[in-house]
Design a protein around this ligand. Structure first.
Ligand code: PFF
Length: 493
């Protein structure tokens, strides 16, 4: 069976940008900037982008494109012992997809509730009591929340129809789902800058609080955000690279994808903080207080701000449509990571059938987040997968390319096919810099989590989070050792 390919380079770039630009840009980035030093957060963020994000994105595009396989097959071709690293990556992708779609399901419920701006009385209670119907703690599951489950089903049906014909259907969808949210964001920006108080929001957003830079937490947050936002370490960008022809440009596409993604994050920050500035004036609070709402930003503070504007229905609809259209191409890129990795192993499977099974399995895995304690589980899964699995896969990936396969070999390939040549700095980054920096990051996070239980969750709940890290990690290491011995026994020195 011949491997599917993108219909054009533009379609590839749209798909890659679509994967990168998602809820992470509009919801995660602004709240991190608000929480971790305003303008000062941009410094670790941009450093992380240049020293880790761009070199790793280039690595993933190059590995996929050269090997013409998803994560499992590509890693296996780099070195036969490392196929199981692909399993680690796509296991993590599976977990992310399972909760990412649930956040989209909330967006869908909010989109529907926008017609009546149902949260205008008390936005906080609307989110926690009406939408999530949240229980008082993770030990009270509270049964299934059917509106969320039904909405999740709709989200998965939509995702399925985006990926069911592989690159063919994805290529058609991204032509709309990538520009649409940007247009909506521009409309919201225009709305924002015509509201009183927007400048206060911008001042807060850009004003650097330099003391934040001394806090290691700020650096960890910036690096993990770069991973999440560039869809790195979960096999997604490898899969997307593998659908390119092996002689296409890599360096330019990497820079375009990464810079567009960060530009859109910065832009989203202007939209969010303009509106928060307005809300601060309306409610006589400070922007700082509003921005400190953390993850509640998209579902509590921002909707509240929308309800205070003239034509609240219209702008709420636009906002949640923006989130949905932003999220869908990120969500289906994760399904593509699974698709590409699995189809290489069982290549007699049809894409339509495989996609259906993957969507169904991921939907089922999402049921736990559709219970009334779902938010707690989502928070735990997100914490462990983004802070540990992503970083661990990235470390092993860099060691595999840098030390086992040879960074120089891959760099030569990148330079053969690319207009912009990359220097030896890339080898240094992959071989030394990335493994060292990421290990330090991992150690910081580990000592923090071992010192204080994350968010005060009970041990049994955190153990579920730990098992999401430890089980695939051990599986990877055991399989690595097994394959290593098998090959050594076959070729004794
Ligand atoms: N990059 C996406 C965002 O910022 O919302 C999230 C994401 C997509 C993470 C794909 C991981 C992934 F494989």
């Amino acid at each position: 069976m011949t491997r599917q390919h993108w219909s054009s380079r533009t379609v590839f770039i749209l798909a890659a940008v679509g994967s990168a630009v998602g809820l992470g840009n509009v919801w995660r980035f602004p709240y991190l900037a608000g929480k971790y030093g305003g303008g000062a957060f941009l410094i670790p963020y941009l450093i992380a982008l240049v020293v880790v994000g761009i070199p790793l994105l280039m690595l993933e595009f190059a590995v996929g494109q050269k090997m013409q396989q998803g994560a499992i097959g590509s890693f296996k071709k780099l070195n036969p012992n490392f196929a199981s690293l692909g399993i680690f990556a796509i296991f993590s992708a599976f977990i992310i997809a399972s909760y990412y779609a649930v956040v989209m399901a909330w967006c869908l419920l909010y989109f529907l509730a926008s017609f009546g701006v149902k949260w205008s009385g008390d936005a906080e209670s609307f989110f926690f009591k009406d939408v999530l119907q949240i229980t008082e703690g993770v030990d009270k599951l509270g049964g299934i929340n059917f509106p969320i489950l039904f909405s999740l089903l709709l989200v998965w049906v939509a995702i399925y129809f985006c990926v069911w014909k592989g690159t063919k259907s994805v290529g058609k969808v991204v032509i709309y789902t990538v520009p649409l949210p940007l247009i909506l964001m521009a409309l919201l920006l225009i709305r924002g800058v015509t509201l009183s108080g927007f400048l206060d929001g911008w001042v807060f957003y850009l004003n650097p609080k330099w003391s934040a830079l001394a806090d290691p937490q700020v650096w960890t947050a910036a690096f993990t955000q770069i991973f999440f936002t560039l869809s790195l370490a979960f096999g997604t960008m490898i899969a997307y690279g593998s659908y390119k022809n092996s002689e296409e440009d890599i360096a330019k596409d990497t820079w375009i994808t990464a810079l567009l993604n960060s530009a859109i994050s910065l832009f989203a920050g202007f939209v969010v903080f303009a509106v928060l500035g307005y809300m601060a004036v309306q409610t006589s609070t400070s922007v700082e207080e509003l921005a400190a709402s953390g993850p509640g930003l998209a579902f509590v503070v921002f909707p509240k701000a929308l309800s205070l504007m003239p034509y609240p229905q219209l702008f709420s609809l636009l906002f949640f449509l923006m989130l949905l259209s932003l999220g869908i191409d990120s969500a289906f890129s994760i399904v593509e990571a699974l698709n590409a990795a699995i189809v290489d192993v069982w290549n007699n499977w049809k894409i339509t059938k495989l996609s259906l099974w993957i969507c169904l399995a991921t939907f089922i895995a999402g049921i736990i987040y559709s219970t009334r304690a779902g938010l707690y589980f989502l928070d735990i899964a997100d914490h462990f997968i983004t802070n540990y699995n992503g970083i661990l896969v990235a470390i092993f990936q860099s060691i595999l390319v840098g030390w086992v396969y040879g960074a120089e070999k891959l760099r030569r390939y990148i330079n053969e096919v690319s207009d912009w040549k990359i220097g030896k700095w890339w080898n240094i980054s992959i071989k030394y810099f990335i493994p060292i920096v990421l290990t330090a990051l991992l150690a910081t996070q580990l000592s923090k989590d071992l010192g204080t239980p994350y968010e005060g969750y009970p041990a049994w709940a955190l153990n579920i989070g730990w098992s999401l890290v430890v089980v695939p990690l051990i599986l990877f290491l055991v399989l690595l050792a097994r394959d290593w011995n098998k090959i050594r026994d076959r070729n004794p020195v």
